[in-house]
Write a protein that binds this ligand. Structure first.
Ligand code: APR
Length: 234
């Protein structure tokens, strides 16, 4: 029977593409107060600051390239005989630009925008203006289509369903400090999945994994994918 691989990625998979992580030394939450730039209250208090923060991250993302780890997951999707479900906490588009189709963005996407009044969605311009009118309702309450602290992540029904039928669950480049993603390994293991963590160093949820590989994602992820494909020819 073809095995279903479910993968969770975090900021660490994009680190070697030059995009900052959040909690490493000098990370984004060392540079910015997340309460000011990643909460609905922050938007209400100072929408210009919030847009400046995400405009800078969007510019970084547009100037970055997918790395060997992103490309390796796309190879896995193309050559694996069973299903590969990719759930990402990342809001960058490097999985897509690295060739992976239909990644599940549980925290939203930098390249999408939404209206805080009508919930309308559209492709974000490179630079969002905090006082630009919503293209759907005209209200000047636009925001990046990103899930902030205190908000419900997207696609959770599909995510729980994938975890319940996973044969292999792999977590790549995440510190395991933010729920619900930090609980995915336990959920998958309870459903009988083999679990593996691939990260620069043990995460806060390392104890929930049966196997682990530590090192830079651009080294350990391609090696892991190559071993999987050698075990089970495409
Ligand atoms: N290769 C592999 N792993 C790496 C690399 C690398 N080159 N560089 C850093 N890492 C690892 C770090 O060791 C750390 O465990 O990536 C992880 C990054 O952790 P965080 O910065 O906490 O990022 P993440 O886990 O994705 O954060 C989850 O928190 O702020 C919210 O919504 C935001 O999606 C984000 C969520």
């Amino acid at each position: 029977m073809e095995k279903h691989i479910v993968i969770l990625t975090g900021a660490g998979i994009s680190a070697e593409s030059g995009l900052g992580t959040f909690r490493d030394v000098g990370g984004l939450w060392d540079q910015y107060d997340l309460e000011e730039v990643a909460t609905p209250d922050g938007l209400a208090r100072n929408p210009a600051l919030v847009h400046d923060f995400y405009n800078a991250r969007r510019a970084n993302c547009l100037g970055a390239a997918p790395n060997a780890a992103h490309v390796a997951l796309s190879r896995l999707q193309a050559e694996w005989s069973g299903n590969v479900t990719l759930i990402t906490q990342n809001v960058d588009d490097l999985h897509e630009r690295g060739g992976f189709d239909d990644a599940i963005h549980m925290h939203g996407q930098l390249m999408r925008a939404k209206c805080a009044s009508c919930d309308g969605r559209w492709d974000a311009p490179k630079v969002m203006q905090h006082d630009a009118p919503c293209p759907h309702c005209g209200a000047k309450t636009t925001r990046p289509d990103i899930v902030w602290f205190g908000e419900m992540p997207y696609h959770m029904d599909a995510i729980w369903a994938a975890l319940d039928e996973a044969d292999i669950f792999a977590s790549i480049g995440t510190s395991g400090q933010v729920y619900p993603a930090a609980a995915f390994a336990q959920q998958a293991a309870a459903a009988g999945a083999a679990t593996i963590e691939l990260n620069l160093e043990p995460s806060d949820t390392a104890r929930h994994f049966q196997q682990a590989r530590y090192g830079p994602a651009t080294e350990i992820v391609p090696n892991w994918v190559a071993e999987l494909l050698e075990q089970t020819p495409g």
